[in-house]
Design a binder for this molecule. Structure first.
Ligand SMILES: [Zn+2]
Length: 277
């Protein structure tokens, strides 16, 4: 029997790849982890969300000099936005191919694959922020990962994390569809069958319980947009030829843009601070 990572309650099997904790509602999959990343999402929306994240980072710091480490930088959009805002950013990547490309484009890139297989005795550079942009839910052995963060984090450091929520309207809707026999959306949310599927799904509450367990306290909680208001038609039209279909779909997306403000949000955005002993 396997027990919940967060609250130690036995997991209940949901389907052939998902397990759920009945007490804290944490979900985990037994999908095979990978470090590729084929879905980067809409670049303009990602950049907009990254600019909001940067605003929050700046607002949480009274002093100007601070160092940021991003785990899993992928195509490097967050690094670019940080550079534009004149922040001291170091990127990192586990995937060999993406690491080489990032190295060519940016000066500060580390090869980090969490959890670390072996912990070297050399002194690592320490950072004031460790940032996970849509990365945490792809990692294995999260207890080890959180424990190892202190290797890279300054004593007064903060962890900034954003990831999809199991309380969000998209997840809930896919769950309803699954119950009536349509598994496609649910499987797609877990990125089942892709090179780097989701291994876990959190909600606001169980994510903060997990971090509390490792000595961090939640100091900022918000959400990010899933759908953008502008540019939907142009983006759709680049893959779909029919103008009417594009107009209809972009109308639906704009509707969703406003609806997402009313319903439980799909992307959790938390900042944690290391508690002083
Ligand atoms: Zn639990």
């Amino acid at each position: 029997m396997e027990y919940c990572l967060i609250c130690n309650t036995p997991y209940k099997r949901i389907n052939n790849f998902v397990y759920k904790c009945k007490k804290c509602l944490f979900l985990k999959s037994n999908l095979k982890s990978g470090n590729g990343r084929e879905i980067e999402g809409i670049s303009e929306l990602r950049r907009k969300n990254f600019r909001n994240i940067i605003k929050v980072i700046k607002s949480l710091n009274s002093h100007k000099k601070f160092k940021i480490l991003e785990i899993g930088s992928g195509s490097g959009y967050f690094i670019e936005e940080c550079i534009k805002s004149e922040l001291d950013i170091t990127g990192s990547e586990a995937n060999d191919g993406e690491f080489i490309i990032l190295k060519k484009n940016f000066s500060k890139i580390l090869k980090i694959s969490l959890p670390l297989k072996e912990i070297s005795t050399e002194n690592h550079t320490k950072f004031d922020y460790i940032v996970f942009n849509d990365v945490f839910e792809h990692l294995e052995n999260l207890d080890k990962v959180i424990d190892q963060l202190k290797i890279f984090l300054n004593e007064d450091g903060k962890i900034l994390i954003n990831l999809p929520s199991s309380d969000g309207v998209i997840f809930k809707f896919s769950n309803i569809l699954k119950k009536i026999g349509f598994n496609n959306f649910y499987d797609r949310l877990w990125q089942k069958g892709l090179s780097s599927p989701h291994l876990s799904y959190f909600n606001n509450k169980n994510l903060s319980i997990l971090f509390e367990k490792y000595g961090y306290e939640l100091i900022y909680s918000s959400s990010l947009d899933t759908v953008s208001k502008n540019g939907n038609y142009e983006r759709l039209n680049s893959t779909i030829k029919s103008k009417i279909v594009c107009m209809f779909m972009s109308f639906i997306l704009i509707l969703f843009y406003y609806l997402q403000k009313l319903f439980p949000r799909d992307i959790i955005f938390h900042v944690y601070h290391q508690k002083k002993n």
